[in-house]
Unconditional design. Structure first.
Length: 313
């Protein structure tokens, strides 16, 4: 069963495929939608890559040629029109560190999102069970720069991710012994219709990655994404450990509001930890921009650790 959001904000059951509504934004036209709405017959499903709160992800082929990731969304997980509006924005995003949206299938359930395929899966799985367990500092710093670069693009275009975490970063092939990483699922968190996710006390709500102003008051901005980026740095440095170890969600909210910040992880350079603390500033306006964070990590070995030799093991 799929849901359609009515003008008064309530949801009703869909009894037919998503209609071609009059566009509500200048960048969402019926012609634009036709360019990336594809028939399901063009997709060939392969093996299952994973499963999240809102659907499954499959490896597949598009038109029998292009390797793709196919995300199937649970029925009723989001408003069809809201999804189309958000997807139209995602489709226009073009950056080497953002996962590219190729097409969508919305004419029948389940709704499918077709994106580029990243061979090494999520960064979280890569850190915990893949080659990421053996990453050296130069690779970690480069990956930090790549993620910040992708987020700087969203920052420049006034877009907010809302769910930045290692689980939503995808890993591709290596270039010069450094994995390519790309930000995924930007924009989708805004249109999810799931009480357990949207309620800030819900079991699915990512409290440990969420800035206090977003967790307490629902205020999501690019600065709340910066906070989440700092948590992502913790995940990278600790090779996929869950943040705030030993603490439950409610305790995390209470302690963070009182000023608690996670201590410096083992093997984390002081300069990198200082940046993490900057991203966790209680005042959102005081947190650094993603542009700054990108340049910080891009120049890390020149400005912070000039004596470090990246070729060392």
């Amino acid at each position: 069963m799929s849901m359609l959001q009515t003008a008064d904000g309530l949801c009703c059951n869909l009894t037919q495929p998503c209609p071609k509504r009059k566009p509500t934004r200048p960048d969402l036209s019926h012609e634009t939608q036709k360019n990336w709405e594809i028939p399901r017959s063009q997709l060939q499903f392969g093996h299952k890559l994973g499963q999240g709160n809102f659907g499954e992800v499959w490896y597949g082929k598009w038109r029998g040629v292009v390797d793709v990731a196919i995300k199937t969304l649970k029925q009723g997980s989001m408003s069809c029109q809201a999804f189309l509006e958000e997807a139209s924005i995602m489709k226009q995003c073009d950056h080497p560190n953002l996962v590219k949206l190729y097409a969508v299938c919305t004419k029948e359930e389940p709704v499918c999102i077709i994106t580029e395929y990243m061979i090494n899966g999520s960064l979280l799985d890569y850190l915990r069970a893949g080659d990421g367990k053996h990453l050296h500092l130069n690779a970690i710093v480069d990956m930090c720069a790549q993620i910040a670069n992708g987020m700087a693009y969203l920052e420049e275009h006034r877009m907010v991710h809302r769910d930045l975490a290692a689980r939503n970063i995808l890993v591709g092939d290596k270039i010069a012994d450094v994995p390519t990483v790309k930000v995924a699922d930007f924009g989708l968190a805004r249109v999810i219709q799931d009480d357990e996710y949207n309620a800030r006390t819900g079991a699915k709500f990512p409290i440990k990655w969420t800035a206090p102003e977003a967790a307490l008051y629902g205020t999501f901005t690019i600065k709340s994404d910066v906070w989440s980026y700092g948590i992502l740095l913790y995940e990278l440095i600790t090779k996929g450990q869950t943040p705030y170890p030993g603490m439950q969600n409610r305790e995390v909210i209470e302690q963070v509001e009182r000023g608690y910040r996670m201590p410096r992880p083992r093997d984390c350079a002081e300069a990198m930890y200082e940046v993490m603390l900057q991203t966790w500033d209680a005042t959102p306006e005081n947190r650094p921009t993603f542009e700054y964070l990108y340049h910080f990590f891009d120049d890390y070995f020149v400005s912070v650790q000039p004596s470090y030799a990246p070729s060392e093991s």
